[in-house]
Write a protein that binds this ligand. Sequence first.
Ligand SMILES: [Zn+2]
Length: 249
Amino acid sequence: MSSSLWPNGKRVAVSLSFDDARDSQLDHGVPVLDECGARGTFYVNVDRAAARVAEWQAAARHGHEIGNHSLRHSCSGNFVWHAANVLENYTEEQMEEELVTANERLADLFGTAPRTFAYPCGQTFVGRGRDRRSYVPAVARHFLAGRGFRDEYYNRPEFVDLAKVGGTEMDGVPCDQLIAHIERAAANNQWVVFVGHEVLADEMRRQTVTPETLRRLCAYCLEPSRGVWLDTVGAIAEWVGRLQAGAGR
Ligand SMILES: [Zn+2]
């Protein structure tokens, strides 16, 4: 099935995204992507990006996208490792301020502010009970797109809310299963946004994609006969935004 939804008759769009600016992404992930000629999206924590800023700047110059992953990586207080800055204690205003601050700090480091955002822990709320709110609207005000995590769907280009793009976990998933995700999405001309953390040869490690899996996945996507558009979240979101504007939503 070919489609006019994607450029150049592609069947499916795929983005490879990585969270938290972990060292192994610079040490192994970026080199594998560069070697394959693929561009990834890296959702960085401001302080971690600052610690190896020259290398992250080089990655950005090679075409990789640097995205915003919030100022404090705030998630639910139900994560026991996460005692401070819990989303249940936030207000929308406070979260919006922090998104803006993180963008300003990343703009200082990289020359331009990020265009896309990834929700830490995939969580999109602030507050609790009757005062619980979504912060998706705040993300919509400041970003071209916001990416979720562990979502149960692939994104329909003509329909997806760009402020809450579904993310598909790739940590610990064998390459064949990642390809199966792409093929299922291709059947409906959708967009798969993979989410990974560490890029390490030790596949027993938590939250890890191996360099070999990444290499095979890129080779699959870049084989022209597969009809895959492999690009950054920002590049594909831009296309989707134009598609939706043209369709009049
Ligand atoms: Zn994260």
